[in-house]
Design a protein around this ligand. Structure first.
Ligand SMILES: [Zn+2]
Length: 439
């Protein structure tokens, strides 16, 4: 059991904590082990981290909480989610688990149900799970066709303000590229800009893609918006829209941030092609976010056949090339992914196992913390640094082999140095939405 810090103490020390040096802004004076973990004391004063020093190096000034070598992480950053789709599984299950049926099932559910009264409790449910698990910042994609945009985006703006200080919330459109054409496209971009969001859509090899990309880059540039795309979410080696996005960013001299999510087909392409695409991504400064749990669920799924290819993009090769690489949770209990609890420890655990992010772990913990924080423009989030808010997650696991083997339900989440309520919302709260008249 992790010991909770004294609730009322303005100054206290988290003593004997294990901290991954890759998550520290300044690791000088600390000695790390073969997994890059150092034993440290973290002094907290007035809600901020006052100092991080080698364990026992100095005398404590206030109360002491001995974490007995338990690992301490900065709060997580979950930079690719779909909070508007979340938790609809029981009323809208995916009949065969395929991508096509996910798309069709969500489309029907959206048309039938997605009022603000339906969206708000489901979005808040996801946010409350995330907060309780230790996440401090989230980017969600929002389904944005013409009939839905006017409902979802103003609601997002309200919820973003309501959650300020607890979860930093960002949002991007997810729609087809044709939704950006002409006056309707201009109006959509204006609405998103007005609601503090960014633009994005689904890209794959389609006629007119280059022209469509130029259009969305221009809409974003004109309004100072960032871009976040769903890219090549298939195992088709001919799906090369990732490269076209990099070329469009360079061709348009785009000054904002660009993120490409999924990029599954990159893993199916010849080495020479991959190398050229990585060069362009690095040159354009594009960040990649991988969603390995959702990829495992949807990719290479055919009835009665064991999946061979798992659809996870080239995490190691991208990072080796200097391209920012993040891992995130994606969908949660909806037709695109039938499971999930908005827990970034689970996401990191699964990513380590799926993509071999161990041996060595290196700086992979940054993929769910500091790297997405940087991509989202949230300096100071997702790292352990003197002067930063004491937004920390304290685990009982002392080594990765312990942390990544148990679910850590007794973790302590500190926000501005205070332990927060980590009780998860009950599924019963959504019964009236997902079971309707049955309940
Ligand atoms: Zn997604």
């Amino acid at each position: 059991m992790v010991a909770a810090p004294p609730v009322d103490a303005a100054r206290y020390r988290l003593a004997n904590v294990g901290v991954a040096v890759c998550l520290l802004e300044d690791a000088s004076g600390l000695t790390s082990d073969h997994d890059g973990i150092a034993l440290a004391d973290i002094d907290i004063a007035d809600g901020r981290i006052a100092a991080v020093r080698s364990a026992g190096a100095t005398e404590p000034e206030g109360a002491v909480v001995d974490l007995r070598r338990g690992l301490v992480w900065p709060c997580f950053v979950d930079m690719h989610t779909h909070l508007d789709k979340g938790h609809i599984w029981e009323r809208a299950p995916n009949p065969d688990g395929s991508f096509d049926q996910a798309l069709a099932t969500v489309g029907r559910d959206r048309a039938a149900n997605w009022s603000a009264e339906d969206l708000r409790p489901r979005i808040e449910f996801g946010l409350r799970c995330s907060y309780a698990h230790g996440t401090a910042a989230i980017r969600t994609h929002l389904d944005t066709d013409e009939s839905q945009a006017g409902i979802t985006w103003p609601l997002f703006r309200e919820i973003k303000q309501e959650w300020a200080g607890r979860i930093e919330l960002q949002a991007a459109t997810i729609c087809v590229m044709d939704d950006f054409v002409g006056p309707p496209g201009e109006r959509l971009a204006d609405l998103v800009a007005d609601c503090g969001g960014m633009l994005g859509g689904v890209t794959y090899m389609m006629p007119g893609l280059e022209e469509g990309l130029d259009r969305v880059f221009r809409l974003a540039a004109d309004r100072g918006l960032d871009l976040d795309f769903h890219v090549d979410e298939s195992l088709d080696p001919a799906a090369r829209s990732l490269r076209l996005i990099a070329e469009a960013a360079l061709r348009n001299g785009f000054q904002g941030r660009v993120v490409a999510g999924h990029c599954c087909s990159l893993a199916m392409q010849p080495e020479d092609d991959v190398a050229r695409t990585l060069d362009l991504l690095a040159e354009a400064g594009i960040a990649i976010v991988s969603l390995p749990m959702c990829n495992l669920y949807l990719q290479d799924r055919r009835p009665g056949r064991t999946p061979r290819s798992r659809g996870v993009t080239l995490l190691h090769e991208l990072k080796e090339r200097g391209i920012p690489v993040a891992v995130a949770s994606d969908n949660c209990r909806d037709p695109f992914y039938g499971f999930g609890d908005h827990d970034m420890l689970e996401v990191f655990t699964q990513a380590v196992r799926i993509a071999h992010l161990d041996r060595p772990y290196g700086d992979w913990p940054r993929a769910v913390t500091a790297t997405p924080a940087g991509v989202m423009g949230l300096d100071g989030t997702g790292r352990v640094a003197a002067g930063a808010p004491a937004d920390l997650v304290c685990f009982s696991g002392r080594r990765y082999s312990e942390l990544l083997s148990r679910r850590e339900p007794d973790r302590v989440v500190l926000r501005a140095g205070r332990a927060v309520d980590t009780a998860l919302p009950s599924y019963e709260e959504l019964d009236h939405l997902v079971y309707g008249a049955e309940t």
